[in-house]
Design a protein around this ligand. Sequence first.
Ligand SMILES: *Cc1c(COP(=O)(O)O)cnc(C)c1O
Length: 171
Amino acid sequence: WLAGLFSLPHGTSGIITSGGSLGNMTALLTAKAQYLNNHPQTSLNKLALLVSEEAHYSVSRAIAILGIPAENLIKVAVDDKFRMRTDLLEDYYNKISKEGKVVFCVVGSSCSTSSGSFDDLTSIAYFAKKHGIWFHVDAAHGGPAIFSKRYKSLLDGIDHADSIVMDFHKM
Ligand SMILES: *Cc1c(COP(=O)(O)O)cnc(C)c1O
């Protein structure tokens, strides 16, 4: 039912966790497992992910638990409305690749908890598809906007996500 609301592909499944933190960790664990499945020789020290500098701290905590070095969590600058500067994603990607690391995941924030800003998921999805990167959306806070005729457009592009986290105890 929820997958349908988010216009996710037929056959999409989901699980209930104790909250958004465990949800984010589960999603990032899945992203990591999928990458390592396809590229078994990759060392954990090489795995990098892109996230807005306004993202929730549970993302960095999950990365630490997954054994990925903290410096591989690359925080993308935000604009004057605290949204991820998606125009910079290619630059970050090229810089990380030059350092010999691989971007395995990009995380969109819908919304960021402190500012209420929704990232441009359509642009992030385009970037993720182009490079074959897992696209996770942390919609712990703002996912329930999907229930609102007036506000659901804030989540445009979420149907391209590989994983979504949504809390039922927030908005
Ligand atoms: C609250 C929140 C989380 C963590 O959710 P919990 O249910 O508190 O574990 C993760 N991401 C965002 C954006 C949040 O607002």
